[in-house]
Ligand binder design. Structure first.
Ligand code: ADP
Length: 365
């Protein structure tokens, strides 16, 4: 079965740029794996090494248990869909999709069968005679995917395939890609810088930064259990709030303290926090874990701050406030009465707080 395995893979470009540093990763058969991270973190380089478009500097790459480091792209049984579609402008959709098979001297009848099958899967039978110049962005993207499907690859590689589409179409295509994955029952490696795209499409997500893997987990696990501050900040909208402070022990109880407040965190304590007494840390909390009112104060920390902006989302609203150098965002239900420029109490659910080491952003609790 087409499993893809990267073992200690690294890439140093000519001139010394170390784009990918020693990453190890297994993409299971039929898995939809998303590589996500900020621009320049090494996602495309990683994908291009799998495709064979970029030489691997160190490490081993296996596709279906075969080491493929030195195989040509055409011998790897993969198909790649690019951001810019890379369609031939003088050919019709049909010819674009058929081209790869024609080069391989596949019989005409077989080519026709594969093209029509892909066209049916993608619902593009009616545009097969159109040339790319006469198509919409979404149609071009479908043809580019169709061209990959007809080759019946073991693994599909997608490099930011939706980033040239407008927001609405991107949303639609996201849903179509998820459906397509089910229909094709295929192994997919998908690169994007968009964490929402990653969260909606991936069975599993690998978050990268500066050529390294920050975390490899399911979407929910990344959201609920980030290993470090980078992942905590990168995943989720609005971004997680971070507040600098210090861990203290007073009369046998553990506290998180900064210039504005003192939270008793004895209840959420575990041995890890105990090991950071006297040290500076970042407290992290998501907007939805901050409330304007709570029934029972136990396990909540109170923060007094002025509202500087309110953003209505429909059934919810985002409340922005400032706490010295920290901007704070809370998500309240739309019915919650709050006025801009007033100072109110915000209640942090201490059971939903995260603590990170100041020096390296590693999760503590
Ligand atoms: P991403 O896809 O995450 O945006 P890339 O893999 O394209 O990142 O790039 C990773 C790093 O490698 C970046 O710093 C980029 O400038 C550098 N890089 C990419 N391609 C080349 C190249 N051909 N030569 C030198 N450096 C490159």
């Amino acid at each position: 079965m087409p499993e893809v395995k990267l073992i200690n893979i690294g890439k140093t470009y000519e001139g010394g740029m170390q784009a990918v540093k020693d990453i190890s990763l297994t993409i299971k058969d039929k898995e939809f794996l998303v590589l996500v991270g900020p621009s320049g973190c090494g996602k495309s380089t990683t994908l291009r090494m799998v495709a064979g478009l970029e030489e691997i500097t160190t490490g081993d790459l296996f596709i279906e248990n075969e080491k493929v480091n030195d195989l040509d792209p055409s011998q790897r049984h993969i198909a790649m869909v690019f951001q810019n579609y890379a369609l031939y402008p003088h050919m019709t959709a049909y010819q674009n999709m058929a081209f790869g098979l024609k080069i391989k001297k596949v019989p005409k009848a077989e080519i026709h069968k594969q093209v029509m099958k892909a066209a049916e899967i993608l619902n593009i039978e009616d545009i097969l005679q159109k040339k790319p110049g006469k198509m919409s962005g979404g149609q071009r993207q479908r043809i580019a995917i169709g061209r990959a499907i007809v080759r019946r690859p073991k693994v599909f590689l997608f490099d930011e395939p939706l980033s040239n589409l407008d927001a609405k179409l991107r949303g639609q295509m996201r849903i179509e890609l998820a459906k397509l994955h089910k229909k094709l029952d295929a192994t997919i490696i998908y690169v994007t810088h968009d964490q929402v795209e990653a969260m909606t499409l991936g069975d599993r997500i690998v978050v990268m930064n500066q050529g390294e893997i920050m975390q490899n987990a399911t979407p929910m696990d990344l959201y609920l259990n980030p290993n470090n501050k980078f992942v905590a900040e990168f995943i989720g909208t609005p971004k997680m709030n971070f507040i600098k402070g210090e861990i203290l022990k007073i009369d046998g109880e553990l506290f998180f303290k900064n210039n504005h407040f003192l939270f008793n965190i004895s209840k959420v304590n575990n041995q890890q926090l105990e090991n950071h007494i006297g040290k500076e840390v970042d407290l992290g909390i998501r907007a939805e874990d901050i409330y304007a009112e709570v029934g029972n104060l136990e396990n909540y920390g109170k923060v007094h701050a002025q509202i500087v902006a309110i953003e209505l989302l429909g059934n919810e609203k985002l409340i922005y406030s400032e706490l010295e150098e920290h901007q704070l965002v809370a998500k309240f239900s739309a019915e919650q009465e709050v006025q801009i420029h007033t100072t109110i109490d915000f209640y942090f659910n201490l059971n939903k707080t995260y603590f990170f080491e100041k020096e390296n952003g590693k999760r503590i609790n």
